[in-house]
Write a protein that binds this ligand. Structure first.
Ligand SMILES: Nc1nc2c(ncn2[C@@H]2O[C@H](COP(=O)(O)OP(=O)(O)O)[C@@H](O)[C@H]2O)c(=O)[nH]1
Ligand SMILES: [Mg+2]
Length: 317
């Protein structure tokens, strides 16, 4: 089966581009489970015109209420007639982990709708793998015509903050008592957010958290000041307002050119990565060729210095 993986992927991508959700689901499963699939999908996506999508990243500590918020926001997001996808990224759970199942069940109320697509993804866990997989998953969702993509990810550690960079708009989810939490994590989160939600506004400590947050945000110098919203995800309190806030903040960021800036930064990173992959495979070919082998053996026998060998090889590239 692995032999015809590229052909299989190419057929699935064509169907996915026509809006076939089964093909999309199959591609996401391959991405998650088949180590070789990611590279093939990526290479083929690179030669497919990209479709634009609005990606909202939700990040915050476990239990802050990210899944509950996304669940409550789904009807709002769908109202505009958008095709809304939810991608819950779990950096810790194995593929069939319990946390993912919990998220699935919680968000399942909506999964039957033709305009909603919900998917959890686990990580294979290797260095940078999660960011790469998530990025490819988002590109697949966009290809499938899902033009509003809500991504849930944990707001701890660099990998998670990297994922946040894939989003158009970043929503940081906090809860009362946040002011007491640990400093390094706080700084990281305040820097990435465009919208800050204090969820569980029904709990004690709301006012203190609002003051702490305003203090932290006042230290930042951003073109567009981040905004604060307060919600109770479980009752729906503040949810419609939060959606409006996300929309108006995104409009303000678009008008200031920030969204375009982020998009072109992401695009140039994609181009850079594609170039690096290309160069790397050419380099491997060169080293395995007759020329490459003879240069390598000349170095080993002291007939060429490293500098001379390098020059010889670079001209071949
Ligand atoms: N009291 C209260 N509980 C909430 C609120 N939002 C979520 N929860 C509960 O907090 C727990 C964790 O929520 P979840 O959405 O799974 O958090 P996540 O880990 O950030 O995705 C669940 O038991 C929710 O029912 C809220 O606004 N108020
Ligand atoms: Mg969750």
């Amino acid at each position: 089966m692995t032999e015809d993986l590229p052909a299989q992927i190419s057929a699935l991508l064509a169907r996915c581009g026509e809006g076939d959700r089964l093909a999309l689901a199959r591609l996401l499963s391959l991405l998650e489970r088949e180590p070789a699939a990611e590279g093939f999908i990526r290479t083929q996506l690179d030669s497919t015109p990209a479709k634009s999508a609005f990606v909202i990243g939700f990040t915050g500590a476990p239990g802050a209420g990210k899944s509950s918020l996304i669940n409550a926001l789904l009807p709002e997001a769908c109202q505009s007639g958008a095709k809304v996808a939810v991608l819950a990224v779990d950096p810790s759970s194995p593929v069939s982990g319990g946390a993912l199942l919990g998220d699935r069940v919680r968000m399942q109320g909506h999964s039957q709708g033709a305009n909603v697509f919900i998917r959890s993804m686990a990580s294979r866990g290797e260095n940078g793998g999660l960011t790469r997989t998530t990025e490819t998953a988002i590109r697949l969702l966009a290809l499938g015509g899902w033009n509003q993509i809500l991504v849930e990810t944990l707001g701890i550690g660099q990998v998670e903050l990297d994922i946040v960079n894939l989003a158009t708009t970043v929503v940081v989810v906090l809860t009362p008592g946040w002011g007491d939490s640990f400093q390094a994590n706080k700084a990281g989160l305040t820097e990435v957010g465009d919208v800050f939600v204090i969820n569980k506004a029904d709990k004690e400590g709301l006012n203190q958290t609002r003051v702490d947050l305003q203090d932290s945000l006042s230290l930042l110098s951003s073109t567009i000041a981040p905004v604060i919203a307060e919600t109770v995800a479980t009752t729906g309190q503040g949810i419609a307002e939060l959606w409006q806030t996300i929309r108006s903040q995104t409009t303000a960021m678009t008008d200031a050119g920030l969204i375009d800036q982020r998009r072109s930064l992401r695009q140039s990173k994609l181009v850079e990565k594609a170039l690096l992959r290309h160069l790397e495979s050419q380099l491997k070919e060169l080293l395995a060729s007759e020329t490459g082998k003879s240069v390598l053996s000349d170095i080993a026998r002291g007939k060429l210095t490293l500098e001379e060998a390098y020059r010889k090889l670079v001209t071949k590239l």
